[in-house]
Design a protein around this ligand. Structure first.
Ligand code: DSN
Length: 421
């Protein structure tokens, strides 16, 4: 990988010796570390190539067939392919592939569904939600009246009866489902049922689980939710970006809330790369990949639990899990754990757990996910080894010689599974 990638940086080497070392170092870092951040992945060479193409040179404000600039025929072609492929992947009536990110997709969806001051129910960030779902300092929390729901204290899973009670009491315009640190299956039909009952719109954000939804390995909100947003770069394994799906009857207004409502020129190189990633996701092997993500998450979870670690909600149904550090390592913060594992070449992120008493900069939890390791070819056997490595480092309380030994094992695992050929 290193040699091939270095060759591709020849032009940068000619013009920018300051940026070049970081490019090379990042290739090496990704090759030589075990990436367990649940929202990250390694895109294919085809997606990378398209992302680095001349499509980045073009303005294409508007939509296919209705652009504000000349010279957009190739832009129209790739955007049409991207939209059609989303429709096939998810079975939706309409797709907008222009959102620059998941947060941008959410903003456009809010502009579609809400007026400033309107009420929205969403999962609290502290219980696994996302900052764009109503954090006070985010545009969602600044513009709208957010009523957060929390997980059940006993099961640490979504409490649908509580959501129904809150919905009846607060009469929200939108009930938002979706999360960035919730390890269990979401019952989208139940969300839609509650939303229908109180006359709210069910908006689903499937950013984390999009790959599983596309392949039928997680229930889909598309048939029942009013609007569905996603990112394209997590389990979907495309370039960094967002998308929105809806019924045909809402298409015109949704599109207008993306452009010109909240964005200007679309990132056409990114949309072209999304189209390539969607084609990859339509292939039968993508479902095998998604199933392996799930199998790997089970193996990792079982490995951790068998060594006495506690997972929030007792386990996972998806690609991610939340390790509660408190029972096994009461004095270790998420920040320390993230740092020690990082020194060993295992990349995770500290994460709040429900009712966490530590600050978000410290936390009592780690979020751990399997999409990226699965992409590079890890299977259950490797994940069991990864569970053992994590456990060794944490149990040693950051002992330098234990970290060094674990790092050696990480490097030899990484060498067996090159990311790019
Ligand atoms: N920051 C992403 C995550 O890590 O889940 C969500 O946008």
């Amino acid at each position: 990988m290193t040699i091939a990638a270095r060759a591709r940086f020849e032009a940068v080497a000619d013009v920018d010796p300051e940026i070049l070392p970081a490019l090379r170092a990042e290739v090496d870092r990704q090759q030589n570390t075990i990436e367990l951040i649940a929202s990250e992945n390694h895109v294919s060479q085809a997606v990378l190539e398209t992302l680095g193409s001349v499509f980045t040179n073009k303005y294409a404000e508007g939509y296919p067939g209705r652009r504000y600039y000349g010279g957009c025929a190739n832009m129209d072609s790739v955007e049409d392919f991207a939209r059609d492929r989303v429709k096939k992947l998810f079975g939706c009536e309409h797709a907008n592939v222009q959102p620059h990110s998941g947060a941008s997709a959410n903003i456009a969806a809010y502009l579609y569904a809400l007026q400033p001051g309107d009420t929205m129910l969403s999962l609290s960030l502290a219980h696994g939600g996302h900052l764009s779902h109503g954090l006070k300092v985010n545009i969602s929390g600044l513009l709208y009246n957010i009523v957060p729901y929390e997980v059940d204290p006993k099961t640490e899973q979504i409490d649908y009866a509580n959501i129904r009670d809150l919905a009846r009491e607060h009469k929200p315009k939108v009930i938002l489902s979706g999360a960035s640190a919730y390890p269990r299956t979401l019952d989208f039909d139940k969300f839609s049922e509650i939303a229908d009952e109180v006359g709210a719109l069910h908006m689903a954000d499937i950013a984390h689980i999009a790959g599983m939804v596309a392949t039928g390995l997680h229930p889909s909100p598309v048939p029942t939710a009013g609007v569905v947003t996603s990112t394209t770069h997590k389990t979907l394994r495309g370039p960094r970006g967002g998308l929105i799906m809806c019924k045909e009857e809402h298409a015109k207004k949704i599109d207008s809330r993306v452009f010109p409502g909240s964005q200007g020129g679309p990132l056409m190189h990114c949309i072209a790369a999304k189209a390539v990633a969607f084609a990859e996701a339509l292939k039968p092997e993508f479902k095998i990949y998604q199933q392996q993500i799930l199998n790997n998450a089970q193996a990792l979870a079982e490995g951790l639990v068998s060594k006495g670690n506690r997972l929030v909600s007792g386990g996972t149904d998806t690609h991610l899990m939340l390790l509660d550090l408190r029972p096994a390592y009461p004095d270790v913060t998420g920040k320390q754990a993230e740092d020690w594992l990082g020194e060993a070449g295992i990349i995770v992120n500290k994460n709040m757990i429900p009712w966490d008493e530590r600050k978000p900069t410290q936390t009592s939890g780690l979020r751990i996910g399997t999409p990226a390791t699965t992409t590079r070819g890890f299977k259950e056997g490797e994940m069991t080894k990864v569970a053992d490595l994590i456990d060794r480092v944490l149990r040693s309380q950051g002992d330098p010689s234990t970290i060094e030994a674990a790092h050696g094992d990480v490097l030899s695992l990484c060498e067996q599974f090159p990311i790019y050929g």
